[in-house]
Each structure stands twice: as C-alpha cells, then as structure tokens.
Design a binder for this molecule. Sequence first.
Ligand SMILES: Nc1ncnc2c1ncn2[C@@H]1O[C@H](COP(=O)(O)OP(=O)(O)OP(=O)(O)O)[C@@H](O)[C@H]1O
Length: 675
Amino acid sequence: MHEMIIQVQQKNGLHVRSAASLIAMLQNTVNDDLKLKNINIEYKGVSVGITNLLSLVSLKVKQGDYIKLIFEDIISPELKTKIIRFFTNNEQAGMQELETDRLLMENSVVMQEAVSNMPNGMIVVNSKNIITFVNDAAVRLLEVSANDLLNRRADKVIPHSRLQDILQTGQTRFAEKQMLKNNTILVNRAPIYLDGKLIGAVAIFQDISDLEKINSELKKERELQELLNLVLDSVTDYITLTDNDGTCMYMNEQMDKLLDSMDRERFAENLIGKRAWTKLAAEKNAFYNDIKIIHNESYVVKVNPILIDSKFHGSVVSLSPWNEVKSLMNKLEAMEERAKYLEDELSKHLQLDDSFSSIIGRSGALMDSLTIANKVSKMVSTVLITGESGTGKELVARAIHESSNRKNKPFIRVNCSVIPHNLIESELFGHERGAFTGADKTRQGKFELADKGTIFLDEIGTLNLEVQVKLLRVLQEREIERVGGNKTISLDVRIIAATNEDLSKMMDEKKFREDLYYRLNVIPVHLPPLRNRKGDIPLLVDHFRKYYNRLLGKSIKHYEQGFLEGLGEYHWPGNIRELQNTIERAVALSGDEMLYCRDLPQYISNRGRKNLQVNFSDDILTLEAYEKQIFEHAAHFYPSYNQLAKALGITHKTAASKLRKYNLDHILGRKYQPT
Ligand SMILES: Nc1ncnc2c1ncn2[C@@H]1O[C@H](COP(=O)(O)OP(=O)(O)OP(=O)(O)O)[C@@H](O)[C@H]1O
C-alpha cells in the first residue's frame, strides 16, 4: 500500500463538477472498475472510495485542504501521477462556473445528507449491476461494510438484491416482501433512465420486522379475544367483568339475557351489595357471595378480583345455577366415595408380602384371594384352598407358610391322593414298632414332622372316611396318637388343606364328613381358573418365558404376531400348569429370539379356525336365518364379544349387536364355562 498527503489546489475544492470529472477521467483511463476500488481518499479521518461521487462530495474538501491518497500496490505509477496532478492543478474557473459549482455542491450535499440519513436502506447500481452507492441504513441492514459493497457486482455481494432483473426488464417492482437475515424487509426496485437510456437501478428497502411482529401479535390477540368470547358464551355460568368502579365492561350472553334490565353502571355493586363490593376492593380476595334469587331461580354468586401488579382493577362476578351446583356436589361426593373404595381395594392388593411375589397375576378375583391368604398367614387358623387343578394351590400354601412366623420351621406337603389307603393313617400320624406287618421300627408321621411348622394336605377330598375322623380329632385337639401306640402327642401344627373337588357335593353324597369340612373351611381361599382371568395370560407368559430362558439357556425376547392372541383364545382346562408346559415347549422348540405360533400345540393354534362349521340342511333358509345359525354356533366357543368378533372378522360392535338381535348373549363362551 502507498499513502501520500497532498494539498488540493482547485478553486472551490472537491466539488460536484470536479469530483465528476475526476471519476470520468479515471473511468476513461482504466478499463477495470474493480481496480479503481483500490484507491481511497482520506479527509479528517473519513476514508471514501475515489469513484463514489456522492461520498467524495460529502467530504466537503475545500481549496488548500490536505487530503491523503491511499493506493493499493496494483495501482500503476502513471495512474497515481494522473490523480495527483488532478488535485494539484489550480486552473482558475470563471465566475459563472464558480457559481454553478456552488449550486451543484449545495444541491448534492443536501441530497447526500437526506439519502444518508433516511431510515430506509438504499442501493444504487450502474448499468453493469456494479454498486455505485449504498447509504448508512443499507450498510446496517445488510450487515456488510460499505467498502465490501461499493464497486462490486450486486448479485455477487447481495445475492437477493434482484437488481439484475430490473436492469433486464426495465420494469419497476413495488412493495415486495423478502427475508433478509432474520428480518422481514419491504423492497421497492426501480430502473434509472437518462435520456431514455437505462443507466442503472435503485433498490430502497425498509425493515418491517417490528411491524410484522406487531401485526402477528395483534392477530393472536384478536384470535384470543374471539376464543375467550366463545368460551365465556359457551359456559353455562353467567359471567360479568367489571372495572374498578364495578361498571360492567363485558358480560356473556347468558348474563345479558338474565339481567338485561339491570343498570350497567355500578353493576357489580348492585348485584352483590355495597358492603361486599367495598370488602372486595379493600381486601382483594375472591369469595362466594350468598345465594341470590333472580326470576324465582337460585344462583350461587362467586366474586373474583382482577389484580394487575397487585392493584385492584375490577372484578369477575359469576352466577352458577344452584341446581347444577347441587347435582355436581352430589356427583363429586359419589366420586369421592368411589375413589376411596378403589384406593382401599388397591392398597389391599399392593400390600402383599414378598413371599407372594412369585404368584403372578393382577386380576381382581386372584388378588382378592391372595389378599385373604396374606392376611391369614400371620394367624394359626386352618385354611382351605379350593380351585381347579393347576391354579396354584400349592404355590399359595407355600406363600402362606413363608410369610408366617413359622417360615423357619418345616413345610410338609402330603398328597393324600397318591398314598395307598392302608398306609395313609401311618403316613399322617406315624406308627409304633410292630404296629402292623412290616413296621419293624417306630416312625414319625407327617404331622409330627410338621410340628411348629405347617402341614399342607393336598387333595384332601381323596381321604377315606376313617382317616377323616382321625383328622377331625387332630384339628379339634391338636394332638395325635401313632398307629399301634397309646400315647397322645401334642402338636403345634398349622394346617392348610387343598382340593380341586366340590366338597359340598361330596358332603351331600356322604363322601366327606360335614364336621371335618367346617373345621377345615375356617378360612376359604378360592383360586379362579385361568379362563376366568385371561388378562393375566400375558403376565404369566412373560414370567415363564424368562424362567425357561434361564433354565434352557435361551434368549427369547419376542412373540410372533398372533402368539399371545392364540393363547388368549384357548380355554386352559389345565390352567397355569398347562400354560407353563406350553411355554416350556415353545421356548425349547424356538431356534431364535421369537416364540412362534407353529410351536403351540395344534389344538391351541387352530382353535379359532377349525370350530366354525355350520351344518346346512337341504332346505334353503333366509340369509338372516343362516346368520343366526352362524352366531349360534360360533358364540359357544368364545367367552367375549371381542374374541368372537375377531374369529368372525367383524367389529366388536357388530358381534354384540347381532348376539343381542338373536338373543344369544347367554351362550357366549358356554363351552368353556366352569361346570
Ligand atoms: N399365579 C401363578 N404364577 C406363577 N406360577 C404359577 C401360578 N399359579 C400356578 N403356577 C405354577 O403352575 C404350576 C401348578 O401350580 P400348583 O401345583 O400350585 O397348582 P395346584 O392348584 O396345586 O395344582 P394341583 O391341584 O394339580 O395340585 C406350578 O408350577 C406353579 O408354579
């Protein structure tokens, strides 16, 4: 870079005419406009490009002032000399020229000041789309320095300037909205003609982001207001808004109809009374006013203060019809009661001891039974567990023992059905040596072994009447006598019995002693069959999948689509034991991470399909009659509308309405109901 300070010799200094002739001289000498960009003039600390007429003039350099010429290295010595000579040439101008210069100067300074200070951005390009002028506002809005804009092609430095289009079409374009950085601007673009020839174009643009923001806020405000009006008009309450004098500013339609004749001035005061109004303004607390009777109807009056920055600005007064409030209160009370009931039920269920955690299932009937079992586990009372085979009776018996204070003592299980009749007595109560052939030494029975612990008498219904009598004695006296002995042995044994038989039917048939039944059935615990709690199937399947993964070293994570549904459709006569075996088999057969329908036994996976066969006779019936036959047949197999609908490929709603139409509700799932 090369700098040089020179004294300006021209009469009138660097005025418009001389600046213009300097630029004309430079443009005639140098073909490359961009080269000229590398020459600047500095005056009183302000540096401007040598080809920017308005900027040059705005320096207001007078004759005799010193200016600094700054040349980049690429400027040739000849050009430098020409420029220096231009400034140091002190050719005297004539009176008329001087006066012309003064007028031109005055005019251009005014124009320059006006354009520079206008709040809108302005960019001027010449016919080659080279930027020849930018004002301060444009520099600010574009966030690019004037130096980086001037003498550059507009489409290069301001890609969205679109002045090229104006130069091509010669057409003006007004008020186009455009995004600039994050601001919205409104741009006017116009061509500049001289003597009918297009010599450039100008763009004037204005930042309208604030306007846009205000506009969108106004729009939102208007929408909100409309929404609020809609809400206030659609509530059944009667609502009024007042100012701090109590004068009505707004009332919803309902209030307007109800109190149309009431004076709007001091409306709130008239409605709630002077004392209540004064209290509201002073204390600024919401309160319920008395019940008001208007046109023979009772209303509850609620008053809320409107506070802005803690200052009282008015009130919201609402009237609610007393009948509605009363019915709501009744509903609320009923709901509270129901919630409390559900809470109690839930807490019952949630409070099961840890020893019950191995029993999977959350269905209501099971949880009710487990809650009872859990509660009685702490007592010594005899428990009778009933339920079909495989419903978990032994599991529950063990859980009762584990959560009792006998848990560190023996739990002795006796399966009464597998012990031969002639041995059952000695098995239960023990025998003395020589009591019968083969009794070569004294042996303790299961009751003695269970002393201080629990004895679990499984399949109690299979005991013969003789043993039943002996058992009754143990239950009454808490003591036994060994077979062949005459010594009574006192015992402290907790008895849990279980059966899958119907003991009351056996009593009727005199196969089970009534007195024993009542001794056993002190605390009955019934375990529901799996088909009555199918909601537990997914939980159980998950549990067994994980269990057999561990046991068989598998890592099964998923179920094929239809797998769980297939299990849900089956009626599980063998209950959880059957389900457990089914899952063990599917886990064992699967070769990857999925349990497949094909690995289910056929009678489970094919159920839904194969049972739907209807026998048609030769007589042709109406379509409706056939339809009834189909529903009559299918409904037997499915315990719910949902499963029936799935099997028939119809909606739940259609299945329910057809069964109702043909009066077949009662046969739904009958095939698998407990007998
Ligand atoms: N709710 C359950 N959660 C997890 N496993 C269960 C559940 N119920 C039963 N089982 C399992 O099912 C199988 C059968 O259970 P259990 O032997 O307790 O049934 P049961 O009613 O005593 O049968 P049975 O009358 O034939 O003796 C067992 O392997 C048991 O672990």
